[in-house]
Design a protein around this ligand. Structure first.
Ligand code: ZN
Length: 170
């Protein structure tokens, strides 16, 4: 008997997937990462267990660039169950370290885009594992932004903390 909370449940089996909305169904049937997970699309798989799958990015920034996804379809990191989150971040350093060594890189970036405005191209949560080297010619551009606050940053800190408390009570 498989319960809804059982991490071994198959995400591509609609018959016992907890359907919450039409969007959820759309996510499963049209999602490229769900198709990879189901074996309907090819991928160079590096690791998988009952909760997560890791495979090489098809459009890598550098050789060895991979993504880790939860097997269960989630658009946002904020809805991924904690055991799955823990597994993603337990495995990320191990896999990316292996990728760095296998490709003679020197360091790495972990990158997760949440939301279209943040650059999320596939609406299924994915953590990028990107080996880096000093000569790879790639750079993040946030240093070009002004890193100053127009108003008191402690006001923003207070708002965030208040929201965290509110979320905890919900
Ligand atoms: Zn998906």
């Amino acid at each position: 008997m498989v319960s809804p909370g059982d991490p071994t449940r198959l995400t591509h089996s609609l018959s016992w997937f907890p359907v919450r909305s039409n969007q959820y169904i759309m996510g499963i049937s049209n999602c490229v990462f769900c198709k990879i997970n189901a074996g309907d699309l090819p991928a160079d798989r590096l690791f998988e267990d009952e909760l997560i799958l890791c495979f090489l990015d098809v459009a890598p920034i550098n050789p060895g660039h991979a993504v880790i996804i939860p097997k269960e379809h989630h658009t946002s990191l904020t809805t991924v169950p904690e055991p799955t989150l823990a597994r993603i971040f337990q495995l990320a350093p191990k896999i990316v370290q292996a990728a760095v060594r296998a490709t003679d890189a020197d360091g790495f970036n972990l990158h997760l885009a949440n939301g279209q405005c943040a650059g999320q191209a596939v609406p299924h949560v994915h953590l990028h594992l990107i080996p880096r080297s000093p000569t790879d010619g790639f750079s993040w551009d946030w240093r070009s932004r002004s890193q100053t606050y127009e108003s008191d940053p402690s006001e923003i800190a207070d708002k965030i903390i208040a929201r965290m408390h509110k979320n905890q009570q919900q």
